[in-house]
Design a protein around this ligand. Structure first.
Ligand SMILES: *[C@@H]1O[C@H](CO)[C@@H](O)[C@H](O)[C@H]1NC(C)=O
Length: 120
């Protein structure tokens, strides 16, 4: 699975009109070693929470919708938190994220390699 084509993921992102796709592993929020903190605003309550990597944590984007694509699934969550233990690679484009259980469980995979994008 680690060799899953990134170009295939780009096609998926393009189909959904993503301006910029980011790749990373998705962790379940609360996984040991993964730390998060609020993105700075108290967002409207949701059980579909996403924590983005610190270098991509633009406070102006706090509470924005985040799309997550994996294995034919396309989910939406809300950027509510910063993943302070998720440094980015590839010049700040790619990065690991964390998902609340309501999102993570839908992926039905152990730390899946997903495409994610901040919508607005
Ligand atoms: C992202 O998660 C993967 C899988 O655990 C890990 O190997 C990698 O080092 C992480 N990358 C970053 C930039 O944290």
């Amino acid at each position: 699975m680690k060799f899953f084509s990134q170009s295939a993921l780009v096609v998926v992102a393009a189909m959904f009109g993503a301006a910029q796709a980011n790749w990373g592993y998705a962790f379940l929020d609360g996984t040991p070693g993964i730390t998060t903190e609020s993105c700075g605003t108290v967002c409207p309550w949701t059980e579909y929470k996403v924590a983005l990597p610190t270098p991509l944590a633009n406070p102006a984007k706090c509470c924005s919708t985040v799309t997550i694509a994996y294995n034919g699934l396309n989910l939406e969550g809300t950027y509510t938190d910063i993943c302070t233990s998720c440094p980015t690679v590839n010049h700040g484009v790619d990065g690991n994220i964390t998902l609340s259980a309501a999102l993570y469980d839908q992926l039905q995979a152990d730390t899946p390699f997903v495409t994610w994008n901040v919508v607005n």
